[in-house]
Ligand binder design. Structure first.
Ligand code: NDP
Length: 248
C-alpha cells in the first residue's frame, strides 16, 4: 500500500488521531502537510517524528472554520508541493452540554469546526483533484454521529452532517477517480477523551463489546486502507472503528 509521490493534508494532524494518521501516511511514503490551530510545539513534534523516519512533513497553521484561511493555506500547500492528492478532514472539537443549557456559541463552534471545516477543505481541494483525475478524501466522523448522545447534540449533528456531505460529494466526484469516504471511531484514547470522569469511562467501556478503548493507530489503519489503491472502488462508505459498539 505505497503512497510514494503522493501529497497528503491531515487537518488537526498535530495531536491524537490526526497525529497517528499523519505518521501512518508518511510511513507509506506520502509527504504530509500537518494542519493545527493553536499548538505549534505539537505540530513541530509530528514534523520531527516524520523526519526521524526518513519522511517529509511540514506544518501549516489555520483554523478550518475560517474559509479564507483554508483557501490561502491549501493554495500554499499546493504551491509548496506542486499537488495535493489526499485530504483527511480530522480536525474536531467538543463543547458538550444538554441542549436545554447549550449556548448558541457552543453549537456554532462545533458545527463550524467539525462540519463547515470539512466543507471548506473539500471545496478548496476539489478543483486541483479533479484536474489530476485522482484524489482521496476521508472524513473523520464518530460513532456519536450514528447513535446520538445525551449532552452532545451539537457534536452528533455535526458528525451526522458529515455522513450526508460524504455521500453527496462521493457521487459528485466519483467519475474523476476521487473517492470520498469516512471513518467513524468509537472511544479512542486521546486528549479529547482523557478527561472523562471515571464513572463515565466505566459506563462507556460497558457499552463496548471489546471492553477497551481504541487507539489512534486503530483509526489510522482504516484511513491508510481507504487512501490506498486497494480501496479505489470504494466510495461513499464509512468504516466503523469502535470495538463493536455500533455495527453500521
Ligand atoms: P484531539 O483533541 O486530541 O486533537 C484535535 C486536533 O484538531 C488537534 O490537532 C487540534 O489542533 C486540531 N484542531 C482543533 N480545532 C481546529 C481548528 N479549528 N482548525 C484546525 N485544527 C483544529 O482530538 P482527537 O484526536 O481525539 O480527535 C480527532 C478527530 O476524531 C475529531 O474529529 C474527533 O471528533 C474524532 N473522534 C474522536 C474520538 C475520540 O474518542 N477521541 C471518537 C470519535 C471521533 P491544536 O493541537 O492546534 O489544538
Amino acid at each position: 500500500m505505497s503512497l510514494d509521490g503522493k501529497i497528503a493534508l491531515v487537518t488537526g494532524g498535530s495531536r491524537g488521531i490526526g497525529r497517528a494518521i499523519a505518521l501512518r501516511l508518511a510511513e507509506m511514503g506520502a509527504k504530509v502537510a500537518i494542519n493545527y490551530v493553536s499548538n505549534p510545539d505539537a505540530a513541530q513534534e509530528v514534523v520531527g517524528a516524520i523526519a526521524a523516519m526518513g519522511g517529509e512533513g511540514r506544518h501549516y497553521k489555520f483554523d478550518v472554520a475560517d474559509t479564507s484561511a483554508v483557501n490561502d493555506s491549501i493554495a500554499k500547500i499546493i504551491e509548496d508541493y506542486g499537488r495535493l492528492d489526499i485530504l483527511v478532514n480530522n480536525a474536531g472539537i467538543t463543547r458538550d452540554g444538554l441542549l436545554m443549557k447549550m449556548k448558541e456559541e457552543n453549537w456554532d463552534q462545533v458545527l463550524d469546526t467539525n462540519l463547515k471545516g470539512a466543507f471548506n477543505c473539500i471545496k478548496a481541494v476539489t478543483r486541483p483533484m479533479m484536474k489530476q483525475r485522482w484524489g482521496r478524501i476521508v472524513n473523520i466522523s464518530s460513532v456519536i454521529g450514528f447513535l446520538g448522545n445525551a449532552g452532545q447534540a451539537n457534536y452528533a449533528a455535526a458528525k451526522a452532517g458529515l455522513t450526508g456531505l460524504t455521500r453527496s460529494i462521493a457521487r459528485e466526484l466519483a467519475s474523476r477517480s476521487i473517492t470520498v469516504n469516512g471513518v467513524a471511531p468509537g472511544y479512542i484514547d486521546t486528549d479529547m477523551t482523557r478527561d472523562l470522569a471515571e464513572e463515565v469511562r466505566a459506563k462507556v467501556l460497558g457499552e463496548i463489546p471489546m471492553r477497551s478503548m481504541g487507539s489512534a493507530e486503530d483509526v489510522a489503519g482504516a484511513v491508510a486502507y481507504l487512501v490506498s489503491e486497494d480501496a479505489r472502488y470504494i466510495t461513499g462508505q464509512f468504516i466503523h472503528v469502535n470495538g463493536g459498539m455500533f455495527m453500521g
